[in-house]
Design a protein around this ligand. Sequence first.
Ligand SMILES: Nc1nc2c(ncn2[C@@H]2O[C@H](COP(=O)(O)OP(=O)(O)O)[C@@H](O)[C@H]2O)c(=O)[nH]1
Ligand SMILES: Nc1ncnc2c1ncn2[C@@H]1O[C@H](COP(=O)(O)OP(=O)(O)O)[C@@H](O)[C@H]1O
Length: 209
Amino acid sequence: MSGPRPVVLSGPSGAGKSTLMKRLMRDHEGIFGFSVSHTTRNPRPGEEDGKDYHFTTREVMQEGIDNGDFIENAEFSGNLYGTSKAAIEDVLAMNKICILDVDIQGVKRIKETDLNPIYISIQPPSMEILETRLRDRQTETEESLQKRLEAARIDMELSNEPGVFDVVIVNDDLEKAYEELKDILKDVSKTLNDTFSYLFNKYFAAIAA
Ligand SMILES: Nc1nc2c(ncn2[C@@H]2O[C@H](COP(=O)(O)OP(=O)(O)O)[C@@H](O)[C@H]2O)c(=O)[nH]1
Ligand SMILES: Nc1ncnc2c1ncn2[C@@H]1O[C@H](COP(=O)(O)OP(=O)(O)O)[C@@H](O)[C@H]1O
């Protein structure tokens, strides 16, 4: 795939990925674009179909997977999630830096593709704090909360293995975590030719206009 290098955000459910990503996209409008995944889970209040996720059924999604429409898919907490080729192409077609929010299984699958993203793990300060944040978010049943905590334990272990992630950000203080994320993306854009020339061209065009 051509264009600027994508960014994968991963980490336990409740670590703060959506919070950080939404802020990044709001503060840098037109630079980043979200790869809208498919999922079989039910929408939460406030979530929009086609914006937060493509909400679908297992049958329809499985058909798409069988057709080869997805670059990766995974089972998480009793539901199917996946990144379609179209989700990424839609963002790249707009010349934006594509941000993907996927679980650790998605990270492994994406490593087998030619997407070549930057891998960033967002981690909570502790399991206790993660549980409190997930409970306070009030989006989960007790059953789905327990499944998320179980997955989080595995995720926290794997994310510390060398070579899995380029960077691990501990989201204790939100402001600090956000600054760290912005610094990484700034640094990366300086060292990567394609991203750099993309941003350069974009800013140059804006100045020249
Ligand atoms: N592999 C994979 N994981 C995904 C995808 N979309 C979301 N996820 C992950 O699925 C998990 C559950 O997401 P979600 O139901 O939105 O809950 P939340 O993370 O607690 O807000 C999270 O770890 C997400 O990173 C995807 O397309 N592929
Ligand atoms: N640094 C932080 N301190 C306190 N609460 C936070 C922090 N970061 C995120 N949260 C809250 O924790 C909950 C989980 O964050 P969210 O972005 O939904 O996580 P994820 O997308 O990784 O599942 C949300 O209610 C969010 O407002």
